[in-house]
Write a protein that binds this ligand. Structure first.
Ligand code: 6PG
Length: 242
């Protein structure tokens, strides 16, 4: 199932996303006794994380049974300014006092990108006891070039069908990124894309309304085989969709 939901502004978008997060968490907790979520990095989710940790939402979920993972990570240490873990830790995990046993970050201190990725793949397989983990929810952002997680246009990881977590060299950034692969993303029970602001209007229209060119627009490859896909956007980001 794919649904595009447009919220008036960024505040309403975050509210909508937080409400979906809560309802998915409650479903998973009722059904399986735990909720597994892969968090998105970048800047868009920061205000959502703050909202989830706020008085309005924090009491709505039994956080002790929520397990946090990361859809991707920059090739930096966890305390670096551009670390996705650091952003989520400061805005969500620490404010909610999530215990360390419930947080599974990429162990970038291992240094070598391939070693970090292989280590994360083992962490996922050990936790999910499956070759292809099925997350209850994967949160994703979308870059202005159509990338999601760290699956960038024309990058090597786009065609990965066996590995679940890889180091992906990104030409334009001249650096390795760490990312879950499409087989994992498309195995999720729920995927939520968050898009906010006019800067995303062009790419959102290209991805959702344009020709299917997944090498150029990797976000087009997100199609959960047996799961729900929600595109949540504010009116600024969705202005070219009409
Ligand atoms: C990252 C993210 C990346 C992000 C998009 C959108 O590591 O940066 O995983 O995929 O979601 O680049 O980023 P913004 O939310 O900052 O626009």
């Amino acid at each position: 199932m794919r649904e595009i939901i447009i919220a008036k502004d960024a505040a309403k978008l975050n509210c909508l996303a937080a409400e979906k997060f809560v309802s998915m968490a409650r479903d998973a907790l009722d059904k399986n006794g735990k909720f597994t979520v892969a968090l998105a990095g970048g800047s868009t989710p920061k205000s959502l994380y703050n909202l989830l940790a706020s008085e309005e939402f924090r009491s709505q979920i039994d956080w002790k049974r929520v397990f946090f993972f990361f859809g991707d990570e920059r090739n930096v240490l966890p305390d670096a300014a551009e670390s996705n873990f650091r952003m989520a830790n400061e805005n969500l995990l620490e404010p909610l006092e999530i215990s360390a046993e419930n947080i599974f970050r990429w162990r970038n201190e291992l240094g070598d990108a391939k070693k970090i990725a292989d280590d994360y793949a083992k962490t996922l397989r050990d936790f999910f006891k499956a070759d292809f983990p099925r997350f209850d929810l994967i949160l994703l952002g979308i870059g202005e070039d159509g990338h999601t997680a760290s699956l960038f246009p024309f990058s090597g990881a786009l065609g990965e069908t066996q590995k679940i977590a890889v180091a992906n060299f990104v030409e334009k950034l001249d650096t390795n990124r760490l990312t879950l692969t499409f087989p994992v993303i498309n195995h999720a029970a729920n995927v939520i894309f968050l898009a906010s602001g006019a800067a995303k209007a062009e790419i959102l229209a290209a991805v959702l309304r344009g020709e299917f060119k997944p090498e150029k627009f990797p976000s087009q490859n997100v199609k959960p085989a047996d799961g729900n896909l929600y595109w949540l956007a504010d009116e600024s980001a969705a202005q070219n969709l009409k």
